[in-house]
Design a protein around this ligand. Structure first.
Ligand code: ADP
Length: 400
């Protein structure tokens, strides 16, 4: 089976063509600057050279047409015709409380995605543009929506209701939704396989640490808490996002700096995090480099990140009454041995003991880096959200 996975942004469109049964990638690519000057399609067919195609992309419709052209091209294509694509899986950021799992896209699902525009005003409309462009380009092809928020729908009320007047939950659905759900689900299933255990018997803390970072408490295979909230701004500080702060800082800075709602939103989303603290970079490689040369604020930003992640991880272990394994994933989790070590440092008395030798230099591969006498397993499991989307799509299409 061949599944096309689409992740549409407002001016971009990422795609992968996968065989979910074998877990193989046939091609992947990215359309950038859709609707802007200088649009470009970067297409990487497996086992062949990457090609860069510069052609007009007025809208997502034209972009998807170019993607299909690239996939079926005689030279750099990987399939003979569009008919070989069995179905399309779409990443959709937010489905509010409508769905707790992936679904076949129909008019009702599209209405739910539209109803969630206020909850995710940048992402959901862009995701919808991708869906509609694919529907036009491939009429009749089954399409599946895989939601970032769905995995977190199992959270109990006490984990998702905020201490605000309840009427705002009823009126505007202000509650915790979480994000990165597809990744947390993928690595928690992979952890069960890796450990040879039934997910029902496991209490896991999954740490998706990348440009955006979130943690999830996963008990018995379902999410019971997560650090991203109404939006992807809460949790530990991130690349450029502030994470959890005293909410009273918001009106204080607005009045001191003369910022409006958009202005403070920009500060919290784009100018904060390890970038804002260090004044150096949002990239942990740059921070480690600067810190090694004695830059105090770069070191401070790294310390803040490890400390905040550690505290949230601790709260989830308490919430679940214990933990069988901690899973590191995404850009930082998979690659940054120093940050992984800093997060686990000093937890030996709690049965969390990393083998620093095993952890050192380990990048992007499945591994158990816990010491033999660690009560809690410490795993590194690279995430693969596209494969998860392709698997969900296949499962739904197989039932049609
Ligand atoms: P996104 O949230 O955009 O998907 P990723 O999960 O790809 O992000 O994570 C990107 C981040 O991972 C980079 O900004 C960088 O901080 C970190 N990262 C990637 N490779 C390394 C590395 N070798 N060492 C330390 N940090 C790394």
């Amino acid at each position: 089976m061949k599944i096309l996975v689409i992740n549409a942004g407002s001016s971009s469109l990422k795609y992968q063509l996968l065989d979910p049964e074998k877990g193989t990638l046939l091609a992947k690519g990215l359309c950038e600057r859709i609707g802007l000057d200088g649009p470009v399609l970067k297409h990487s067919p497996a086992g062949k050279d990457k090609v860069v195609i510069e052609k007009e992309m007025k809208d997502h419709q034209q972009a998807i047409a170019l993607v299909l052209e690239a996939l079926t091209d005689k030279e750099h294509g990987v399939i003979a015709s569009m008919d070989e694509i069995d179905a399309v899986g779409h990443r959709v950021v937010n489905c509010g409380s409508f769905y707790a799992e992936s679904v076949l896209i129909d008019e009702k699902v599209k209405k739910a995605i539209r109803d969630c525009y206020p909850l995710s005003p940048l992402h959901n409309p862009a995701n919808m543009t991708g869906i509609e462009a694919c529907e036009k380009a491939m009429p009749g092809k089954p399409m599946v929506a895989v939601f970032d928020t769905a995995f977190h729908q199992t959270m109990p009320e006490k984990a998702y209701i905020y201490g605000l007047p309840y009427k705002y939950y009823e009126k505007y659905q202000v509650r915790r939704y979480g994000a990165h759900g597809t990744s947390h689900r993928f690595v928690s299933q992979k952890a069960a396989d890796f450990l040879g255990k039934d997910p029902k018997d496991l209490r896991l803390v999954t740490l998706h640490l990348g440009n955006g970072s979130s943690l999830a408490a996963v008990r018995g295979g379902v999410c019971v808490d997560t650090s991203m909230g109404f939006t992807p701004l809460s949790g530990p500080l991130m690349g450029t996002r502030c994470g959890d702060i005293d909410p009273a800082i918001v009106p204080f800075l607005m009045s001191q700096e003369g910022l409006d709602a958009k202005g403070i939103d920009r500060v919290m989303n784009k100018e904060s995090g390890v970038f804002g603290v260090s004044g150096v970079s949002s990239d942990f490689r740059d921070l480690a480099e600067a810190a090694s040369q004695g830059n105090h604020r770069a070191q401070l930003a790294l310390d803040l990140f490890a400390y905040q992640v550690k505290k949230i991880m601790g709260s989830y272990i308490f919430a679940m009454g214990g933990c069988d394994a901690i899973i590191f994933t995404a850009g930082i989790g998979e690659n940054d041995d120093l940050t992984r070590a800093a997060i686990c440092e000093g937890l030996e008395d709690l049965g969390i003991k990393m083998d620093l030798g095993k952890n050192k230099g380990l990048r992007g591969q499945d591994a158990d880096v816990s010491a033999p006498d660690s009560k809690v397993r410490i795993l590194i499991l690279p995430t693969n959200e596209e494969l998860m989307i392709a698997r969900d799509t296949m499962a739904i299409v197989n039932k049609l």
